[in-house]
Design a protein around this ligand. Sequence first.
Ligand SMILES: Nc1ncnc2c1ncn2[C@@H]1O[C@H](COP(=O)(O)OP(=O)(O)OP(=O)(O)O)[C@@H](O)[C@H]1O
Ligand SMILES: [Mg+2]
Length: 171
Amino acid sequence: MSVLARPLPDGSGAPTVTALAGAGKTSSSISLAAGLARKNKKVLLIDIDSQANSSKVLLEDYLSIPSQEIIFTTIIDERPLPVRESQVPNLYVVPSHILLSETDIRPNSANDHREARLKRALDKIRDEYDYIFVDCPPSLSWLSLNAFTAADKVLIVVAPGYFDGDEHPLQ
Ligand SMILES: Nc1ncnc2c1ncn2[C@@H]1O[C@H](COP(=O)(O)OP(=O)(O)OP(=O)(O)O)[C@@H](O)[C@H]1O
Ligand SMILES: [Mg+2]
C-alpha cells in the first residue's frame, strides 16, 4: 500500500493508495516526485515501507544512515521527521529501514492517537514543500493508517491483471 500527500495552495495536503503488493506504488511515487522536482517544485517523499525501496533508489548514502535518522524515529519516538537531501535536486527524502517492520509488534505505552503521529510531525513542515508523497507498504497496518491520516488525497495504483482486481475489489 502506498500513499502520497500533496500540499495544495490553500495549505491542505493530498495522497495515494493501493493494497496490491507489487502494483507499482514505489515506482509511481519516485517517478512523480522526481518529475515534479525536475520541474522546479520542492518535493518531499516519505518512505514508510520497511522494504525501503524508495530510500535505496534516491539516497546514495542509504547504507550508512544512522538508525535514529529514519522514519522509525518519528513513528515510534515522536521525533521530528528526519529529512535528507536526495541525489535529485529539489527532492528530499525521509528514509525508511527494515527496522520499521518492528513497529506493529514493538510494545508501546502511548497507544492513543498513534495513527496521527506522521500527521503531527508533517504539519510542522508541510508548508515548506510544494508536494509531499508518502510511499506505503503493501499491507494494511497502523503505519498505513498514519499515511491516510496525514494525507488529504489518495492515489490508487492498480496492476491491470484480472486476478488483481478479482482478489482485491476496490470499493
Ligand atoms: N509501469 C511499469 N511497467 C512495468 N513494470 C513496472 C512498472 N512500474 C513498476 N514496474 C515494476 O514492477 C515491480 C514492482 O514495482 P514497485 O516496487 O514500484 O511496486 P510496489 O507496489 O511499490 O511494490 P511493493 O508492494 O513491494 O512495495 C518492479 O519490478 C518494477 O520495476
Ligand atoms: Mg513499494
